[in-house]
Design a protein around this ligand. Structure first.
Ligand SMILES: [Mn+2]
Length: 444
């Protein structure tokens, strides 16, 4: 058994040798070596010095030989510095324990890869797991990402409605301004801007989003209860205790419909209206490639249950305030098309908002104007958040995966719709973004 004295000496020796490796020992054979531990016999005559280093076995052997030949010099230095009567003989030993650890990590990564764990397109969880979890609890907080779009709002209201049908208590929560054209949705007025401060929830349902950073301020973890995440964005690591993530789903409404079917519940007209609106808006009124048979079947089920397509389309797409068009005329003047005509961009500046008395809740769909130009594969929207900070949104016509482009800048999204936030002057931000888009287009 090592005693306190030998442990202390071992510690000192480890520190001293580490220091010498940084400054004093200049042997080209010694690679990037770390001293991981020292073991000394009780009589202080022998010491094993454990080291590790990256590289091949051959390089490791070279390091070991270099260290061993430096041993007399090291011992002389230790004698001076540690004021001991005897300095142990030093034997350098490659530390295999770290190697084992690394090997296990590599193996685990291999298994994860083989099983597709980190594949962002993987479907995680199921409608039945969500169904079981919803039934188990009583008091729910329901929310979605900030800057809510149609899917975020409509799916929040659909989930609240479903929970009410199940006899649960549910509060819909969204701190940000919700576009006025969704005010017709059943239950819209019940959405809270803040979380009631005294209520503890059995579960918090997060919709259309897998990152806690993208939702509004939640109550402290103890009041949140189980975190349930239902999403369809590409992500390798969704947050949440119970997750249902299907990147193939057109909208969260489609996933809520799967939960309804799992539970054997027929939607009432209000619930059907919310689910239909969620699918309608996230498929760009059935324009986009996510207008799959499942999306259309789900929409058909909602129409059969009482959702009114013309009524909903009028409310969502043909009830804009005049101010939106006053803003749009300014935004379209900023339209720029690349020399090759294959990408286009628009700018929404703070002064445009100021001049028209509008804010960012009114700009949904603006980016589709540059994309709708013949020849344009990628549309870009620069929105000024503050001086030298821009929210950049991308839309693709289908050939370019814009989630990859926004990913280069720390953003995310879908293959055809993505975004990121960039700092810099407008011309700097434009240059960075245009270069990334150009190089992506060069691969076509
Ligand atoms: Mn969505």
């Amino acid at each position: 058994m090592p005693n306190v004295r030998t442990l202390r000496v071992a510690e000192q020796i480890q520190e001293e040798i580490s220091g010498l490796l940084l400054k004093g020992i200049k042997d080209p054979r010694i690679g990037f070596v770390t001293i991981t531990g020292v073991k000394i016999t009780a009589d202080l005559r022998q010491a094993k010095v454990f080291f590790c280093s990256p590289g091949s076995e051959e390089e490791r052997e070279k390091s070991k030989a270099g260290l061993q030949s430096a041993a007399p010099f090291i011992r002389k230095t230790l004698l001076k510095r540690l004021k001991l009567k005897t300095i142990p003989e030093l034997e350098f030993v490659y530390d295999i324990s770290l190697d084992e650890g690394n090997r296990i990590e590599t193996l685990l990564a291999e298994v994860r890869k083989q099983e597709g764990w980190d594949d962002p397109t993987r479907v995680r969880g199921s409608a039945s797991e969500i169904s079981t979890t919803l039934k188990k609890h009583q008091v729910f907080l329901v929310t979605s990402h900030r800057n809510p779009d149609g899917d975020a709002v409509a799916s929040t209201l659909a989930m609240v409605r479903l929970l009410q049908i199940l006899g649960k208590q549910a509060i819909g929560y969204q701190p940000d301004k919700i576009p006025e054209n969704f005010a017709f949705l059943p239950g819209f007025d019940t959405i809270q801007k803040t979380v009631p401060p005294d209520l503890s929830f059995d579960a918090t349902v997060i919709l259309d989003c897998s990152e806690l950073t993208r939702v509004g301020a939640l109550p402290e973890p103890a009041r949140r209860g189980v975190q349930i995440v239902i999403d369809h964005h590409l992500t390798a690591k969704p947050c949440g205790d119970v997750v249902f993530l299907n990147p193939n789903a057109s909208a969260i409404g489609e996933l809520i419909d799967q939960i309804l079917q799992e539970m054997g519940i027929e939607p009432d007209p209000e619930l059907a209206t919310c689910i239909y609106t969620s699918i309608l808006t996230d498929t760009g009124s059935f324009h986009y490639s996510n207008s799959t048979p499942e999306a259309l079947r789900s929409a058909a089920r909602m129409v059969a249950a009482g959702a009114l397509p013309w009524e909903i389309a009028l409310r969502v797409y043909e009830s804009f305030p005049l101010k939106r068009f006053q803003l749009l005329t300014r935004v379209l003047q900023s339209l720029e098309i690349s020399p090759a005509g294959n990408f286009g961009s628009i700018l929404i500046s703070k002064s445009m908002f100021d001049e028209t008395g509008t804010s960012d809740d009114i700009i949904d769909g603006f980016i589709n104007f540059p994309r709708s130009i013949q020849g344009v594969e990628v549309a870009i929207q620069f929105r000024e958040l503050s001086e030298n900070q821009y929210k950049v949104s991308f839309r693709s016509r289908g050939k370019i995966n814009v989630a990859e482009i926004s990913g280069q800048f720390g953003g995310g999204g879908h293959a055809n719709a993505s975004g990121c936030t960039l700092s810099g002057s407008l011309s700097e931000v434009k240059q960075m973004v245009f270069e990334a888009v150009e190089s992506s287009l060069a691969s076509l």
